[in-house]
Design a protein. Structure first.
Length: 308
């Protein structure tokens, strides 16, 4: 059986629909359908069943996904052992990371590794956490940095390992002259009558902030849906809007903006995730260890004092 087709079936099992599996694999739905159909010919048995307008895995398909999971883990373990036996850190390591963590830890991490291991080629792809996790599960990246606002990583997800990198605290961003800017902390409710600027590049993060407001009883009045933090900060600094931003983005002073702690505190946990079969891969181990050193240094900083 073709390995790439087994990966497609595995992704169909995880995502639940042809369209979602296609999106995760960067394929068209028809390509996913064709791959599954070819796999059924190879297996000699039906792997899916029609259910309304969609499909579900048949018992044979569910059984084959179980074997596929085991095969793929063993293949990752084999790749890791071969890399160890070569006794050389080389080749390509693909990393997915979301912007707020990527900009503060990855440039120095990559620089340190390149200096120590010139033949290791680390490639960064900026992705939101949910996309990074999907890319990791579909073998498009080797490591993904994710958070718990937009991805669920409770316990040990099947086929993946993770290690805690750091925690990030969210802050209210206020214009420097705002009446609440002198406060030690503010509640989300305190901002109910303000106009809001939100970063629209991440629907998961934006949805989290909107739902945070809704849970306190109001719908935020949006006056700017921005494609990046630079525009959000420009709107706040000009006195047009307020916002809520990750502390990771506030380690450098932003003129015209006061970052104020939220009350109650809102935190997100950030983790490094990789496939279980590659936990001992030399490149993955070295990258993770260097990243954890950067994360430890990051935890010592207090961003709220620098963004004033």
């Amino acid at each position: 059986m073709d390995l790439s087709r087994l990966k497609v079936l595995r992704e169909l099992s995880r995502c639940g629909t042809m369209a979602a599996a296609a999106q995760a694999l960067y394929l068209s739905p028809s390509a996913v359908s064709q791959q599954v159909a070819q796999l059924e010919i190879e297996a000699g048995v039906s792997l899916t069943e029609r259910r309304g307008r969609g499909v579900v895995l048949a018992p044979a398909g569910q059984a084959l996904v179980g074997y596929a999971e085991r095969i793929l883990v063993v293949l990752d373990e084999a790749k890791s052992e071969m890399a160890q036996l070569r006794k050389e850190i080389a080749g390509e390591l693909r990393v997915a990371a979301f912007p707020s963590i990527a900009c503060v830890v990855l440039p120095q991490t990559m620089k340190a590794l390149v200096q120590l291991f010139p033949r290791l080629h680390v490639v960064l792809e900026e992705m939101e956490p949910s996309d990074g996790l999907a890319a990791l599960r579909s073998w498009r990246v080797d490591v993904a940095i994710v958070d718990d606002l937009s991805t669920v990583l409770e316990g040990r997800p099947e086929g993946l390992d993770r290690v805690a990198l750091t925690e990030d605290v969210l802050y209210a961003l206020l214009p420097a002259g705002h009446p609440l800017a002198a406060k030690h902390s503010v509640s989300i409710t305190d901002l109910r009558n303000a106009s809001w600027a939100l970063d629209a590049t991440s629907s998961a993060y934006g949805d989290f902030i909107v739902n945070l407001c809704r849970r306190t009883g109001f719908e935020p009045r949006l006056n700017a849906a921005c494609s990046g933090f630079q525009m959000v900060s420009a709107m706040v600094a000009a006195g047009c809007s307020v916002s809520v931003a990750p502390g990771l983005l506030l380690h450098k002073k932003i003129p015209g903006i006061k970052a104020v702690k939220l009350r109650p505190e809102v935190r997100r946990s950030i983790s490094v995730a990789y496939r279980s079969g590659e936990r001992n891969h030399p490149s993955v181990k070295l990258f993770t260890e260097e990243l954890l050193r950067r994360g430890a240094a990051l935890r010592q900083a207090s961003p709220g004092k620098t963004a004033a």
